[in-house]
Every structure is written in structure tokens, then in C-alpha cells.
Design a protein around this ligand. Structure first.
Ligand SMILES: Nc1nc2c(ncn2[C@@H]2O[C@H](COP(=O)(O)OP(=O)(O)OP(=O)(O)O)[C@@H](O)[C@H]2O)c(=O)[nH]1
Ligand SMILES: [Mg+2]
Length: 191
């Protein structure tokens, strides 16, 4: 698959994840600042399909992007942003959990974006557990590999893979688009 068309369709704040066309969803979850929005931009080959910012907590709603008129990439707000109020953080986490557990718009797969330098945090493990309990297909995308040397990136990726042996871990860089073909093919395999 090649991504030839990417359009912003809808930003959802409440619990309405239903979109009339019934196209499949692929969800992007992860800590704030891990690079979810940047990964979507790089996959789409568009610099500002999704707004990103140096200030964490940029994505406030679940943004639905229709790809090639055939499926959605869904960019969720990040969890675990320390400067966000506790009630706001809880709201975001509740919303994500609701989507994962109860929404009719069940995603075909969830791509958990992490920072390759940070690895899997306690909040990521909470998320992985709830995803597993609800039998979701999950792929871990270790983003920002451009920040490490090739050797350091490989070492860090194998450490993450050892920690989560049952889940595919892909290295990625939203900055250089390294890993784009592999990630695109993986997404396509779930559609
Ligand atoms: N070097 C490098 N920086 C990246 C990469 N991906 C994202 N960034 C930077 O990381 C910061 C956060 O990126 P976002 O895409 O906004 O992260 P997010 O996960 O969508 O964050 P929230 O919307 O707050 O949940 C920005 O300053 C990006 O430029 C990458 O692959 N390499
Ligand atoms: Mg974002």
C-alpha cells in the first residue's frame, strides 16, 4: 500500500466515535510527546496534516484522518502529560479506555507510539494490559530513532522487544521517515 490521500475528517471530544461511512479504524495511542501526530504526518507525507507543537499536550481530541478513502488513522490525545491537571489526565485516560472497551467503532489495531529513548513506561503498561484484556491487536512503534546512533537504536529496540516479547516492536523516525515502508505495510495488513 502507498498512502496517496490523507484528509482530516473529524475531531471528536466526547464519546461519539461513530463515523457514517463505517470504514475501519487504526488507532494511535501513547504518552504525550511520544510523537503520535508526527508519525501520522510522516506516514501521510504531509508536514502539517496534524498540528504538532513543542508544547506537550497538543492533541486534545481524537482526530480522524481518512486515508486513501479506505480507512481512518485516529490520533488520540497523549496520556501522562505531567503538567496537565489530574482531572484532565483522568478524563483523557477514561476516554481512551472507553473507546478501547466499549466503542462500536472498534479499531482494527492499535499502534502504541513510544519514545525509543524513554522505552515503555508504567502508563504504557497499563494501556497494554487493557488492550490485551480487550483482545486488541497491538504494535509498538519506538519513535525518534534518529536521535540515537544506529547501534544504540538497535540495542534499545531489542531491550524493548525483550520487555514485550509477544508484541511486534518497530523502530521509526517521524523526522526522517525511516521505517515508513514497514510501518505502512503493517498498517495495511490490518485493513
Ligand atoms: N527528533 C525527533 N523528534 C520527533 C520525532 N517525532 C516527534 N518529534 C518531536 O516530538 C515532539 C512531540 O511530537 P508530537 O507529534 O506533537 O507528539 P504527540 O505524541 O502527538 O503529543 P500529544 O499530542 O501531546 O499527545 C515535537 O516537538 C516533535 O517535533 C522524531 O521521530 N524525531
Ligand atoms: Mg499529538
Amino acid at each position: 500500500m502507498k498512502i496517496s490521500k490523507a484528509e482530516f475528517i473529524k475531531g471528536v471530544i466526547g464519546d461519539d466515535y461513530s463515523l457514517k461511512d463505517n470504514l475501519p479504524h487504526i488507532a494511535f495511542f501513547g504518552r504525550s510527546n511520544a510523537g503520535k501526530s508526527s508519525v501520522i504526518n510522516s506516514l501521510a507525507g504531509k508536514k502539517d496534516l496534524v498540528k504538532i507543537s513543542k508544547v506537550p499536550g497538543k492533541t486534545r481530541q481524537a482526530d480522524f484522518f481518512r486515508i486513501n478513502n479506505s480507512f481512518y488513522l485516529v490520533d488520540f490525545p497523549g496520556y501522562g502529560y505531567a503538567k496537565c491537571s489530574i482531572s484532565k489526565r483522568n478524563k483523557i485516560i477514561k476516554r481512551i479506555f472507553w473507546y478501547v472497551e466499549f466503542s462500536e467503532a472498534r479499531p482494527k489495531a492499535v499502534f502504541l507510539i513510544i519514545d525509543v529513548n524513554v522505552g515503555l513506561t508504567a502508563l504504557d503498561w497499563d494501556m497494554l494490559k487493557i488492550l490485551e484484556a480487550n483482545k486488541h491487536q497491538v504494535v509498538i512503534v519506538a519513535n525518534k530513532i534518529d536521535k540515537l546512533s544506529k547501534e544504540a537504536a538497535e540495542k534499545q529496540l531489542s531491550l524493548i522487544q525483550e520487555e514485550a516479547p509477544d508484541i511486534l516492536v518497530l523502530g521509526y523516525s517521524a523526522k526522517t521517515s525511516e521505517g515508513k515502508d514497514e510501518l505502512t505495510q503493517k498498517i495495511a495488513s490490518f485493513i
